[in-house]
Ligand binder design. Structure first.
Ligand code: PMP
Length: 361
């Protein structure tokens, strides 16, 4: 048996996802030094304490399968966003939903449109299905270019992704840009608006989730519990959109795609207002803190998210120099070779990172 012959050729072409350094590698490199982990846009304040308590309570029930319909989670999310439960689809992280939407919509030869640069999972979902990816570059200042998005659309375009605030640039799509795009976009295109970082955003001109947008049959909005709620390890994300579309996505998903602990954790996190407020406040304070880099002459892309993209010369060199000091950031994004992306930490973690950058850039 030769897997190199039997595996689908396009699967062989997919770049394996590199989640960064393994825990073992890190331990070897760092020994006992504490790690300043600013590479995955996680919530440095930790999980929602209310979610932790609820999850502990649920542990003795782990011999039972979870609710395959995630009904209570759907109801809680529906109430949170003032929509109907059948307008909500819950997944094992929003990564799961991106892959499921790809499987639901894409045949070999179909096309998707994504901004560039943006979150890598949209392209991954298309590659698995042998679909083609058309990139629509952002402008030089990383704001959205509606003309570029529309120009990338063809008759074979099934999905168009928007990410706002965009990972890894932190820039947002404006409400007027969304409205214009939807007006001019051919109606056969299904639009996925990934709002993973929206609850850190404050720009009043940005696109915000609203009942009007939800009326369109060809749009859905992605959210996650991985960022603001501090539950990245739990794996819960959700989409809000057209129930008719979700009815098909349900056919493709695993029967128990959201585990028992995740379901109760997510519900509790939604009402942990204290944790939400602290997390949002820390992100705003961090944004101000990183202004220091601007004063040092570096280009810091204005961010509406819980991270900043900073121009540093050779991104990989700076990444390595910081890593030697036990500070982990991200570099090596396609098209962004001169940048590093730094997730917000606590005030002191940010300070350590800024001081280190001062020396190495
Ligand atoms: N969308 C964007 C824009 C992201 O940055 C991330 C996390 N890196 C995700 C989705 C995935 O989130 P989840 O943990 O819910 O799979």
């Amino acid at each position: 048996f030769n897997p190199n012959v039997q595996v689908r050729p396009n699967v062989k072409d997919i770049e394996p996802y590199k989640p960064g350094l393994s825990n073992e590698q890190l331990r070897k490199e760092l020994g006992d030094r504490p790690l300043v982990k600013l590479n995955s846009n996680e919530n440095t304040l930790g999980p929602s304490p209310m979610a932790l308590r609820a999850m502990e309570h649920e542990l003795p029930k782990l011999h039972l399968y979870p609710d395959g319909g995630s009904d209570l989670v759907k109801a809680a999310i529906a109430e949170h966003h003032d929509v109907q439960p059948d307008q909500v689809f819950v997944g094992n992280g929003s990564d799961d939903i991106i892959k499921l939407l790809s499987e639901t919509f894409l045949d070999a030869g179909d096309e998707i449109v994504t901004p560039f640069p943006t979150f890598s999972q949209y392209t991954f979902g298309a590659q698995v299905m042998k679909a083609k990816v058309n990139l629509a570059p952002l402008r030089a200042d990383f704001t959205y270019d509606i003309e570029a998005l529309l120009a990338a659309v063809t008759e074979r375009t099934k999905l168009l992704y928007l990410c706002t605030p965009n990972n890894p640039t932190g820039t947002v799509l404006k409400q007027v840009e969304f409205d214009e795009l939807m007006e001019r976009l051919p109606e056969h295109v299904f639009v996925i608006v990934d709002m993973a970082y929206d609850n850190y955003a404050t720009d009043p001109e940005r696109f915000q989730f609203n009942a009007q947008a939800l009326k369109r049959p060809n749009v859905c909005f992605l959210h996650t519990f991985s960022k603001l709620y501090g539950l990245a390890g739990l794996r819960v994300g959700y989409a809000i959109g057209n129930p008719e579309v979700f009815a098909y996505v349900h056919r493709v998903r695993e029967p128990f795609n959201v585990n028992r602990i995740a379901q109760v954790g997510a519900i509790a996190a939604l009402s942990d207002f204290e944790h939400v407020k602290r997390s949002q406040a820390l992100a705003l304070a961090s944004r101000r803190q990183y202004q220091a880099l601007r004063e040092m002459g570096m280009y810091v892309v204005p961010s509406e998210a819980n991270f900043v993209l900073v121009q540093v010369g050779d991104g990989m060199r700076v990444f390595e120099a910081l890593r030697k000091q036990a500070i982990l950031v991200r570099a090596g994004f396609a098209g962004l070779e001169s940048y590093v992306r730094i997730s917000f930490g606590t005030e002191s973690e940010n300070e350590v990172c800024i001081a280190a950058l001062r020396k190495v850039v």
